[in-house]
Design a protein around this ligand. Sequence first.
Ligand code: ZN
Length: 282
Amino acid sequence: MKIARIRHEGRVLAARVDGGTVYPVVPEEPRFMADAVRDLIAQGTALDVLGAEVPGIPLAEAELLSPLAAPQKIVCVGLNYADHIRETGLETPQTPLTFVKTAHTLTGPTATVRVPRGTTEQLDWEAELAVVIGRTARNVTAEQAADHVFGYTVANDVSARDAQFSDVQWFRGKNFDAFCPLGPWIVTADEVADPHSLAISARVNGETVQDSSTKEMIFGIGETISYVSRYMTLYPGDVIATGTPNGVGMGREPQLWLKDGDVVEVEVEGIGLLRNPVSVHD
Ligand code: ZN
């Protein structure tokens, strides 16, 4: 099952996507709902009947938004693909190397990533498989972790390398507005037989720049959830971005940076595709 957040006729709604049709779920109190999908996950709603009582609308008539708007946190794993570590020349971490993106970075699967002119000369992409937490996880084992996964989506961990590496913390370079395109929907875990054997790729203006598999991950999803949950509780709707393979702009020869007018696509097999134009504005 695919769960999305859509804008339709001026309203933002959670929706179940079934083929070319979306079945919106109309919240009773939309005023109070910061994130309808996160709330559905937290409430353990029976999702397969979502929207069954309302007429569907064609997917083409709905604007897909980032499937989550206000997760409590987006935990990112850096340097988690062996081929990516080789291109960066950095040491392989002994434990997952984590950092955070906050909710203001989230933007939709086709939204324009708008970057203020003069803030970065090294704008880069990172194709990532993102895990959405379904049940609160606190100090769980890697084996238990699967019970805490709601589903999977696609993230582009957009990064300003000059800002990232001129600071001790990666916070600024990873957290410009719109630096986390997410979506196009969440595919529930029951529909993903093995999240560690999915093709993962990125294209810039149609040219393939990343082409790998999630089997190249160093720390698997269960191991990462277990590790993170020792230190901080993971809540329903939290997102874990599991790292990127080789082929980012920073690691290329010569280096390649995103510029105004470029279109960057990120795709994970069986999950979906992000297609985001880049705009540099004054
Ligand atoms: Zn990343």
